[in-house]
Structures are given as structure tokens and as C-alpha cells.
Design a protein around this ligand. Structure first.
Ligand code: FMN
Length: 200
């Protein structure tokens, strides 16, 4: 059985929900999924004043080395000024040993993200995450058009060929839609099936 790590950062819960949908897809495909958060690095004052919250159901990733034990990794993070947040970058910056050992070479990677506005930068954020995984030597899969839910303009919707996404709305109150969660689930299945083949 392939073991997939779903590793994310979230301030307001959108990426936490997306992480659960990705994990559901992995499990439905018959593979194993672990969800972990990266550590919060923002000053306590910022966390308090901006109402950042964590999902305690998901443990913090044990160490950078723990990542190396998986057959695949799905990274998720909200958009910050069109890029990944420093919390995720900070964790990835501790993964030099993982890179040096080549532990991730040939393993499967994928990404998910969110933003407040529809064109607020999820795509560069996905590529930020994907770029890092390419440096690790990983084989990237996207949200291919086999997931038809990303097409159409009948409603506000995330999702792109580069990964699963959700739109939080101007005040962050919009929650991931069924369609967006289905996209995350589809991505999880895609990663699981690919990892199972590559690690066979
Ligand atoms: C410092 C900061 C920068 C942000 N930059 C952007 C941005 O460039 N584009 C955008 O649409 N939303 C931006 N947002 C909104 C976040 O993307 C939004 O809060 C996030 O997607 C919600 O995901 P979460 O609930 O998982 O934290 C920003 C939020 C913060 C706090």
C-alpha cells in the first residue's frame, strides 16, 4: 500500500477542509493517507489579532525527515500576496537534508491552494509549491480535465489543471463548495493511483 502525506498550512480552515478531501480521495483509492500541519511561525500577536485558528484533529508534522518516509506528498497552502505563506516556506526551508539525501526523487507530488478573490493568485501559489517539489525530484500530477467540475462558469469555482483550489471570498466567509472538495478528492485519487503504480 502506498503511503501519502497531505501536508498543509491554514489560517482560517479552508485548506484544512481541502486536506481532508484530498485524504478522502487517497483512501477511496485504497491507499494510506496521513494529514499533517506545518508549524505556525507567525508572532502570537498576529495569530491573536487576525484570528488564526488550527484544526487540532491534525497533528503538526513530526520533522522534515518524516516526509521522506512517504511514497507521495500533497502540499496545500493559502495564497499570500500571490505566493505560498512563510509558514509553509519556513518548513520547506528546513528540508535541506531531505533534498540532499534524494529521499523524494521519483515520488509523486501535487498541490492545492485557496485565495480570497477568484483571480487572487492560486495558480502562482500552486506553482510555488510544485517548484519546491520539483527541486526534490518529485513527479508532479495536476488536476487533469478528467475532473470535469473545474469547467463551466455557472458558479464561482476553484480548480485548475495545476491543482485543486477553493475561493474564500472577500471576507473569507465562503467555504469550499462541493465541486471544489470533489476536485480535491479527485486529486487525492490521482496521486494515490500514481503512487501505487510508481512504488509497485
Ligand atoms: C497576509 C495575507 C495575504 C493575502 N494575500 C492574498 C492574495 O494575494 N490574494 C488573495 O486572493 N487572497 C489573499 N489573502 C487571503 C487568503 O488567501 C485567504 O485568507 C486564504 O485563502 C484562506 O485559506 P485558509 O482558510 O486555509 O487560511 C491573503 C491573506 C493574508 C492574511
Amino acid at each position: 500500500m502506498a503511503r501519502i502525506l497531505v501536508l498543509y498550512y491554514s489560517s482560517y480552515g479552508h485548506n484544512s477542509q481541502m486536506a481532508e478531501a484530498v485524504a478522502e480521495g487517497i483512501r477511496e483509492a485504497g491507499q494510506e493517507a496521513d494529514i499533517r500541519r506545518v508549524p505556525e511561525t507567525a508572532p502570537e500577536e498576529i495569530v491573536k489579532n487576525f484570528g488564526f485558528a488550527v484544526n487540532e484533529d491534525h497533528a503538526v508534522i513530526e520533522s522534515p525527515d518524516a516526509v521522506g518516509g512517504y511514497d507521495g506528498v500533497v502540499l496545500g497552502a493559502p495564497t499570500r500576496f500571490g505566493r505560498m505563506p512563510s509558514q509553509m516556506a519556513s518548513f520547506l526551508d528546513t528540508c535541506g537534508g531531505l533534498w540532499a539525501s534524494g529521499a523524494m526523487i521519483g515520488k509523486v507530488g501535487a498541490a492545492f491552494s485557496s485565495s480570497n478573490s477568484q483571480h487572487g493568485g492560486t495558480v502562482p501559489t500552486l506553482f510555488d509549491l510544485i517548484t519546491n517539489m520539483l527541486h526534490f525530484g518529485m513527479t508532479i500530477v495536476g488536476l487533469d480535465y478528467g475532473f470535469d467540475g473545474q469547467n463551466g462558469v455557472d458558479e464561482v469555482k476553484g480548480g485548475s489543471p495545476y491543482g485543486a483550489t477553493t475561493i474564500a471570498g472577500p471576507d473569507g466567509s465562503r467555504q469550499p463548495s462541493k465541486d471544489e472538495l470533489d476536485g480535491a478528492k479527485y486529486l487525492g485519487k490521482r496521486v494515490a493511483n500514481t503512487a501505487a503504480k510508481l512504488s509497485a
